[in-house]
Design a protein around this ligand. Structure first.
Ligand SMILES: [Zn+2]
Length: 137
């Protein structure tokens, strides 16, 4: 078994569903209430099953994904979050400077849903494969 790549995660039905749900819950069309939503993507190391845990909601341009809950038998293989602010108002849809820095630190792919598509930040797949602790590698 191998840790999934960004492309595998992006095309996984569970992840796709979580990403679209997060996008809707970010209220992108509500200027007063739009906020970042996201969470952690896990793989069960015995079965390969992919599951998703949502993090508490963030603010307009911030979300804290630093402390993934530990799921027994599973490791974090990715994270996801939304950038709900409109690109046509000048917001950057792709990874921010902070995203790049923290994603490099976390060592798992970060899928970012914006109004014009899905962006990636961080490594292509979990650094070190399936080795390491249940949280970030
Ligand atoms: Zn971000």
């Amino acid at each position: 078994m191998k840790a999934p790549t960004f492309a595998e995660l992006m095309n996984h039905p569970t992840v796709m569903r979580a990403l679209e749900q997060a996008w809707g819950d970010s209220l992108p069309s509500d200027p007063a209430h739009r906020h970042e939503v996201g969470g952690w993507i896990y793989m069960n190391v015995a079965t390969g099953e992919i599951t998703v845990e949502r993090a508490p909601s963030g603010t307009q341009a911030f979300l804290d994904l630093n402390n993934p809950p530990h799921l027994i038998g599973s490791i974090v293989v990715g994270i996801f979050h939304t950038h709900p602010n409109p690109t046509d108002e000048g917001w950057e849809p792709g990874p921010s400077e902070t995203d790049r820095r923290t994603d490099a630190l976390h060592g798992v792919p970060d899928l970012i849903r914006a109004d014009n598509g899905v962006y990636v930040s961080g490594p292509d797949c979990r650094e070190g494969g399936l080795q390491g602790g249940p949280g970030y590698p």
